[in-house]
Design a protein around this ligand. Structure first.
Ligand SMILES: Cc1cc2nc3c(=O)[nH]c(=O)nc-3n(C[C@H](O)[C@H](O)[C@H](O)COP(=O)(O)O)c2cc1C
Length: 239
């Protein structure tokens, strides 16, 4: 799928006042807060405020946002700016900080390593690729924004490759995502170095994608002779 929903959300205070209590009613474990910002200061402010919320287990920092004060390039496209965001957030929170990396870069390993060196507790990847389609009848881009975030099963090989490269470069845990829709995909991601796996677009195709993946996982593990999932983490990495 290609989406252009942007990073719509009700804002920091409304999320704490309204969304977190709603989540607490149906989900009884700590939640992850995904943070976006258009400046280092915004990342810092939001992280410091969310740090005070008990129900939030860890912070995931989306560095795919454009740096409006620094030339408009996304924070996640250079090791130096990804490290700057990491250090700024780490300085204002005691919660684990997971840096969510953009795939729209040439050297994902360098960016992953920069985040680790700046104190990240983990990394997650990949965010959406930049994609586009053109309507043959109107001869105009299908999406009014022209381009959008490309995700779902089609991006799985790219995501897997980037998880493999990032996991080879760092020692901190890696959360693998991008196109995961089956239990086999989960195991492949873990072999590439992921200690946990995320599912996005598949939930929009089938709201029961996650329970289905979990239900089928034991049979798939049996088929490949896997007794303990931890044993496959990084199994395809060299050394
Ligand atoms: C509709 C939609 C909204 C998303 N919003 C966010 C977001 O707010 N922050 C973020 O870090 N990633 C966001 N993502 C990216 C996903 O978390 C995920 O990294 C990406 O879609 C690749 O995984 P998938 O192929 O399983 O969807 C969004 C993806 C979709 C499809």
């Amino acid at each position: 799928m290609i989406n252009a929903v942007g990073l719509q959300n009700p804002g920091l205070e409304a999320t704490i006042r309204e969304e977190l209590p709603k989540l607490r009613k149906v989900f009884h474990k700590p939640v992850m807060a995904n943070i976006s910002g258009f400046s280092i200061e915004e990342y810092r402010t939001v992280a410091a405020r969310l740090d005070q919320e008990d129900g939030i287990g860890w912070l995931e920092i989306n560095v795919s946002c454009p740096n409006v004060h620094g030339g408009g390039m996304s924070f996640g496209t250079s090791p130096a700016s990804a490290a700057e965001v990491t250090a700024a957030v780490k300085a204002v929170t005691t919660k684990p900080v997971i840096m969510k990396l953009s795939p729209n870069v040439t050297d994902i390993a360098a960016i992953a390593k920069a985040c680790e060196d700046a104190g990240a507790d983990g990394i997650s990847l990949i965010n959406t690729l930049l994609g586009m389609r053109i309507d043959l009848k109107t001869r105009r881009p299908v999406i009014a924004n022209k381009m959008g975030g490309f995700s779902g099963p089609a991006i799985f090989p790219v995501a897997l490759r980037m998880v493999y490269q990032a996991a080879s470069a760092v020692k901190i845990p890696v959360i693998g995502m991008g196109g995961v829709s089956t239990a086999e995909d989960v195991i492949e991601m873990m072999l590439a170095g992921a200690t946990a796996v995320g599912v996005g677009a598949a939930n929009l195709i089938d709201p029961f994608a996650c329970p289905r993946i979990l239900d089928t996982l034991p049979a798939v593990m049996d088929r490949y002779g896997i007794e303990n999932l931890n044993s496959v983490i990084g199994g395809a990495l060299d050394g």
